[in-house]
Design a protein around this ligand. Structure first.
Ligand code: COI
Length: 358
């Protein structure tokens, strides 16, 4: 494959405008000037890697992504360090997960080096877009979708891979504070053999109605259960969940194929082990959560994900019943600070998780 071609934006955003946007980045509303693109065809494989101006994608109305949802995506963040470099966090894990999702959705695999290069090339041209406030970063969104114009149901023979970038602050908006979570009793997120452990748009589309119910009940996220197994907890609409006990344990649902293997999830598990906590990845029922909070054995609960970082869970709303927790507990706070410290270069990167992009 040839090297990435750089096609300059004809009228890039001025430094003043970028500075204005970075004052309050929000989440997912502003996009940098460029996008990285690689095309794929069954006959030719991956070709024509380029960085071009961010803008609308020309797409045939019969493109199979629009009809059958053959699509996958990733999320990772870029941080500016005091040495002037722009770093990202465990991108090899995202590359591996992208390929796992690609396999499940019958999309082509993308070589890890090409994935890393697409991030490096994009960040190199848009590096002035990285915000530096507490908990802020440049959110990178690689995605792959079926572009072939064909209405038969089979894997597409033409595919596009792209990366867009968006300056990001707190996913839930404003200052970090504990969130309220709605238990979805009407809808499940995934079932054995389904696509629950693939990062594909359909999983998120299916979470929107329950998420709407959550919002109508004053909650910011929805918690999905496994109705087949005693209402064991699974994951939130777009993040994994952890419970902290008063005897030094950290509990999280085990990976059974119905849960997304979060990069933040596995990093939290490692950091918790490093600080001497016992990590239990296993089935956790809603009854156990409820009883633990009532008896005081579960002292903290938090959500985690690339976008959410680590966000304390304040209340769990199950119909008329509210299971309260402690707000931002000590363990939640300590792991959040350590993780953000590693990501932003103020805490030693002892697991070699950082990768310099630019
Ligand atoms: C992420 O955390 O990066 C995700 O992809 C979740 C999404 C809900 C923003």
């Amino acid at each position: 494959m040839t090297a990435f071609q750089y096609i300059q934006h004809p009228s890039p955003t001025s430094e003043d405008q970028i500075a204005q946007i970075l004052k309050d980045p929000g989440f997912g509303t502003n996009f940098t000037d460029h996008t990285a693109v690689i095309d794929w065809t069954l006959d030719g494989g991956w070709a024509n890697p380029r960085v071009e101006a961010y803008g609308p994608i020309p797409l045939d109305p019969a493109a199979s992504v629009l009809h059958y949802g053959q699509e996958i995506f990733e999320g990772l963040k870029a941080y500016k360090h005091s040495d002037g470099g722009i770093y990202t966090f465990r991108p090899q894990a995202n590359a591996a997960r992208l390929n796992k999702s690609a396999h499940r959705m019958a999309l082509p695999a993308l070589d890890e080096n090409l994935f890393l290069e697409s991030l490096e090339q994009l960040v190199a041209v848009d590096k002035s877009w990285v915000p530096t406030g507490e908990g802020e970063a440049l959110y990178l969104r690689p995605f792959m979708f079926a572009t072939e114009a064909f209405l038969g149901v089979r894997p597409a023979q033409e595919v596009s891979y792209r990366v867009i970038a968006s300056p990001a602050g707190n996913y839930f908006g404003g200052e970090l504070k504990p969130v309220r979570i709605w238990v979805s009793r009407d809808y499940a997120r995934a079932a054995p053999g389904g696509t629950g452990d693939a990062k594909t748009g359909g999983n998120y589309a299916a979470s929107l109605l329950p998420q709407q119910q959550a919002a109508e009940n004053g909650c910011q996220q929805v918690l999905f259960l496994d109705p087949l197994h005693d209402n064991a907890i699974e994951e939130l609409g777009g993040m994994n969940v952890f419970l902290v006990t008063n005897d030094g344990r950290l509990l999280t649902p085990e990976l059974t194929g119905t849960i997304l293997e979060g990069v933040t999830r596995s990093s939290v598990i490692q950091l918790a082990k490093d600080r001497g906590l016992t990590v239990e990845e296993r089935r956790i029922t809603l009854d156990e959560w409820d009883a633990g909070v009532t008896e005081g054995t579960i002292t903290e609960v938090f959500a985690c994900g690339t976008a959410a970082v680590i966000t304390p869970i304040g209340e769990l709303v199950d119909g008329d019943k509210v299971i309260a927790s402690t707000g931002t507990g000590e363990v939640t706070q300590a792991i959040r600070e350590e993780l953000l410290g590693i990501q932003t270069g103020t805490v030693e990167d002892r697991h070699n998780w950082l990768h310099r992009l630019a």
